[in-house]
Write a protein that binds this ligand. Structure first.
Ligand code: PHE
Length: 447
């Protein structure tokens, strides 16, 4: 393999932590729970789990391998590998749509990161104490209705992201993630415990795991698949960009398993924490993106030591959001840096300002521009839907097809350390199950 063109992860552990840091974020807690609520529960959850295993795992590995071979930003990596293997330069489109997706996702992700910051402050000032469902809904509505406040928090979040990326302290974050991710799991367990004792845990459990298949349709399936991509940071060039920093000694399958199990466990725990409260307080499970910001403060307002727990929770959520946001900025910055003369800092600031601007449009669409609709969606929903349901699946499809049909499979087998029969199973997954699954769900979603 070619000599490495740029830096590598300090250690294997560093890579696992960075990949998990990218994967675990608002997607697991905020997006997973609101989509589950909106899509009728278990049928969505089960399709999501199937997509994680059958589509997410192969694509994760495919992106890492492509990145590791290409050693560049996603666009140049795809272009160069296509050339090396005598394929069309059109494959670079996979890189382009990945970078575009990362850019668009970060713009609204930062708005939600801002909500999380705002709620961190709310826990400190005791805003949740004694709060019931109605008060909590009203408080969240007031935040959404206040463009000035949303703007401040969105800006603050982006400033934090840029500050970290520009100062190159992401290595420090890897170390912090080692402590903070387990802490997030523990806090979620406490919340699940709260739900089990004072909420409607049985109802919530059934909602999440006992499917009512009549709730399943193409659009729910597409949402579930999109969520699998989103939560694993797939289809955006992110894992490709990370793979380009990856040394040759890292065990891809083992790492993927660790990342996927952690990511999925956090999402399921978040659901088990949130839905008991939803059902106990008769909130509307399908109320949309505000779900965790409405339900969790009720727990924090009524539980012993709640303001401290709330503070811990929203701090950890913000931290998880930051590590994901940094990874979203990375492919955009890497691309600008390697394709223009801006330099690292210039590329970072330019991308961040552009992301920030789109984010401002997204947050205004929650209030003053709420009647600006395209395809019946406001700007915020449009960004979320277009990326999750279209860009991510298509980019991911491109990555898995390129991996399966353009890269040398014998090399891939050795790289994964698989015997011939295990690799046979793997090949069925990567050549047929994953790509056909993506296409089928994609088509069903638009029928
Ligand atoms: N996977 C992250 C999450 O679940 C979000 C993310 C998406 C991060 C895409 C990077 C790329 O929150």
């Amino acid at each position: 393999m070619a000599k490495l063109a740029h830096a590598q992860w300090s250690s294997k552990m560093g890579f696992v932590l960075a990949a998990a840091g990218s994967a675990v974020g608002l997607g697991n807690i905020w997006r997973f729970s609101y989509l589950t609520g909106e899509s009728g529960g278990a049928a969505f959850v089960l399709v999501y789990l199937a997509c994680v295993a059958l589509v997410g795992l192969p694509i994760l590995i495919a992106e890492w391998m492509i990145g590791r071979r290409g050693q560049k930003n996603p666009i140049n990596t795809m272009a160069e590998l296509a050339k090396r293997h005598g394929r069309s330069s059109g494959w670079a489109a996979v890189g382009v749509s990945g970078v575009l997706a990362a850019f668009l996702i970060l713009s609204f992700y930062s708005v939600i990161g801002g909500w999380s910051l705002n709620y961190t402050l709310g826990s400190i000032t005791g805003a949740f104490s004694g709060q019931d469902a109605e008060a909590s809904e009203a408080a969240f509505g007031a935040l959404l209705g206040n463009p000035g406040s949303l703007l401040i928090w969105h800006t603050l979040f982006m400033v934090l992201v840029v500050g970290i990326v520009a100062r190159g302290v992401t290595k420090g974050l890897e170390a912090a993630a080692r402590v903070l991710m387990p802490a997030l799991v523990v806090l979620l367990l406490v919340l699940v415990g709260y739900g089990a004792m004072s909420g409607s845990f049985g109802e919530a459990f059934a909602f999440m795991f006992r499917p009512d298949w009549s709730a399943l349709n193409g659009s729910v399936m597409l949402a579930a698949m999109g969520q699998a991509f989103f939560t694993l940071s797939l289809g955006m060039g992110i894992m490709m960009a990370y793979g380009s920093y990856l040394g040759e000694d890292v065990n891809l399958l083992g790492t993927a398993r660790t990342v996927i199990i952690l990511d999925t466990a956090i999402a399921l725990l978040a659901g088990l924490a949130i839905f008991p409260i939803v059902f106990a307080t008769e909130l509307d499970a399908s109320s949309g993106p505000g779900l965790i910001f409405i339900t969790l403060p009720i727990a924090f307002g009524n539980i012993f030591g709640g303001s401290l727990l709330g503070l811990g929770f929203f701090l950890l959520l913000t931290f998880a959001a930051l590590t994901s946001a940094i990874s979203l900025l990375e492919p955009v910055v890497e691309t600008l840096e390697e394709r223009t003369a801006l330099g690292r800092l210039g590329a970072t600031v330019t991308s961040a300002v552009a992301v920030w601007l789109v984010g401002v449009a997204a947050l205004l669409s929650l209030n003053v521009w709420s009647d600006v609709l395209l395809f019946g969606l406001n700007i915020f929903d449009l960004l979320d839907t277009f990326t999750g349901k279209i860009l991510l699946p298509l980019t991911g499809l491109g990555a898995i097809l390129f991996y399966s049909y353009c890269l040398n499979q014998e090399e891939a087998r050795r790289e994964l350390g698989l015997g011939t029969s295990a690799f046979g199973v793997w090949s069925v997954l990567t050549k047929f199950v994953a790509p056909i699954g993506v296409v089928a769900v994609f088509v069903a979603g638009f029928l």
